[in-house]
Design a protein around this ligand. Structure first.
Ligand code: FES
Ligand SMILES: [Fe+2]
Length: 378
C-alpha cells in the first residue's frame, strides 16, 4: 500500500495580498494630526489637510531620506507634513510645495497610496507591484440615523488576513470555539469578483456578571471585500436591535496583523425587553450604552480565535469533512488577491516597471544612464 503523501513542507501565504486595508478613523487622524505606522512592511505617515483630504504616504523624505513621522520630529503645518531634517513641506497630493531656503524641487514628491473612506474609516489600497486599485469598497453605513457612534478596538497578533477572514465561512468553529447554538446557513454563498457574501442564523447565550443569562437570537449578513474589509450586519430578533461589526485585518510587517473591531448599534425605539437596565435612557444614548456593553463581548469572541490564529499553520490542502462549510469555495475566491507579481509587472508602463521591480526586490538590469546621472538640484 503506498505511503500517504506528506503535507507540503512550506505551506505559506504571501504576507501582503492585494486589497484595501484599514488604517485609522478620520476622527483619530484629525485628533492626532500626524500618525505614523508600519503597514505592509513599510513605514507610512497619515494626515489630513484643512479641507479634509487625507493623505497616506511613505515615510521617507525624497530630499535626503529622513523619516517623516512624529517620532522623528515630523509635524503638520497648515495641512502639510514638514520634514524634520531640512523643513521640506508636502501637501496631501504628496508634492513638495515649499522649503525654507529655496524653491521646492519639482521632482520632490512622496509616494502616496490611494485612500477610500467608509463611515469615517480610512482605508488605503495595496496593489501588487504598486498597481492602482482594481475595485472599490462599498459605501456602507451611509444611514446613521439612530445608530450609536463607532467603537474601535484594535488587537495585534501574529497572523494572516486570509486566515482570519476564513473564519466567516468556517461554520464548525462557530459552534466549537464560540459555543453558538443553532448555527444555520440561510442563503447560499454568493461570490461576485471581490465580494463574498454569507448569511446565517445562530443563537448565542451570554452570562452577564456571571449570573444573568442573556439569550440572543441573531441573523448575520456578512459581506467580505478582500481580506481587509468584512462587514457583519446582525439583526437581534428578541430585543430587537441591529448591529454593524466591521472586522478589519491589516498586515503590519509580514508576521503581525492589526485587527480592528469596529462596532455600531441601533436599538428599536420600542424594545421588548430591557437591556442591562438601559431601557430608561433616550433612544440614541441607549444605543451608545448597548454598544459599549456589547463590544467587550465581541472582543472576547475574537480573542477566542486569536488563541488559534497566532499558533496555526496555513494548510493549502486541508483535510475537510462535511461539517466544514464552504472553505474550498472561499479558497478559490482568495486566489484573485494574489495576482502573479511577474505578470502584473509586465503589464505596467515601461518607466514604472523598473522602479516597481526594484521596489519589490526583483532583479532589474542596471541602467548606466541612471547610475551615472548626477544628483539633481532644481
Ligand atoms: S531630508 Fe527631508 S527635508 Fe531634507
Ligand atoms: Fe471566530
Amino acid at each position: 500500500m503506498p505511503a500517504p503523501r506528506p503535507e507540503a513542507a512550506n505551506d505559506t501565504l504571501s504576507p501582503f495580498p492585494e486589497g484595501w486595508y484599514f488604517l485609522a478613523s478620520r476622527e483619530a487622524i484629525e485628533k492626532a494630526g500626524l500618525i505614523e505606522k508600519t503597514w505592509m512592511g513599510e513605514e507610512i505617515v497619515i494626515w489630513c489637510d484643512e479641507d479634509g483630504r487625507v493623505c497616506v504616504a511613505e515615510s521617507v523624505c525624497p530630499h535626503l531620506g529622513s523619516a517623516l513621522g512624529p517620532s522623528a520630529g515630523g509635524r503638520i503645518c497648515e495641512g502639510r507634513v514638514v520634514c524634520p531634517f531640512h523643513g521640506f513641506e508636502f501637501d496631501t497630493s504628496g508634492q513638495c510645495v515649499a522649503t525654507p531656503f529655496a524653491p521646492p524641487p519639482r521632482s520632490a514628491r512622496l509616494r502616496v497610496f490611494e485612500t477610500y473612506e467608509v463611515a469615517g474609516l480610512i482605508f488605503a489600497w495595496w496593489g501588487i507591484e504598486g498597481r492602482p486599485s482594481q475595485w472599490s469598497l462599498p459605501d456602507d453605513a451611509t444611514d446613521q440615523e439612530g445608530w450609536s457612534d463607532l467603537r474601535i478596538q484594535t488587537l495585534r497578533f501574529p497572523g494572516h488576513p486570509q486566515e482570519t477572514t476564513e473564519n466567516s465561512v468556517d461554520i464548525a468553529h462557530l459552534r466549537y470555539v464560540h459555543g453558538y447554538d443553532n448555527v444555520d446557513r440561510t442563503h447560499p454563498i454568493e461570490v461576485d469578483g471581490p465580494l463574498f457574501v454569507s448569511r446565517w442564523d445562530f443563537r448565542s447565550v451570554r452570562k452577564i456578571a456571571g449570573i444573568v443569562r442573556l439569550t440572543l437570537d441573531l441573523s448575520a449578513h456578512t459581506r467580505i471585500f478582500g481580506f481587509g474589509y468584512s462587514l457583519v450586519e446582525v439583526r437581534e430578533h428578541s430585543i430587537p436591535m441591529d448591529m454593524r461589526l466591521w472586522i478589519l485585518a491589516t498586515p503590519v510587517d509580514g508576521r503581525l496583523i492589526d485587527m480592528s473591531l469596529v462596532s455600531q448599534v441601533r436599538v428599536e425605539p420600542r424594545t421588548r425587553r430591557f437591556i442591562a437596565g438601559a431601557g430608561f435612557l433616550p433612544h440614541r444614548l441607549r444605543a451608545q450604552v448597548v454598544n459599549r456593553f456589547l463590544s467587550p463581548m465581541q472582543k472576547m469572541d475574537v480573542l477566542q480565535d486569536v488563541v488559534i490564529w497566532r499558533r496555526k499553520q496555513y494548510r493549502s490542502r486541508p483535510r475537510l469533512n462535511r461539517a466544514d462549510g464552504e472553505i474550498t469555495m472561499f479558497r478559490d475566491y482568495c486566489a484573485q488577491f494574489y495576482p502573479d507579481a511577474a505578470g502584473v509587472a509586465n503589464r505596467l508602463p515601461e518607466p514604472d516597471r523598473a522602479v516597481r521591480q526594484a521596489d519589490a526586490g526583483l532583479r532589474v538590469p542596471e541602467s548606466p544612464a541612471v547610475e551615472d546621472a548626477p544628483v539633481v538640484v532644481e
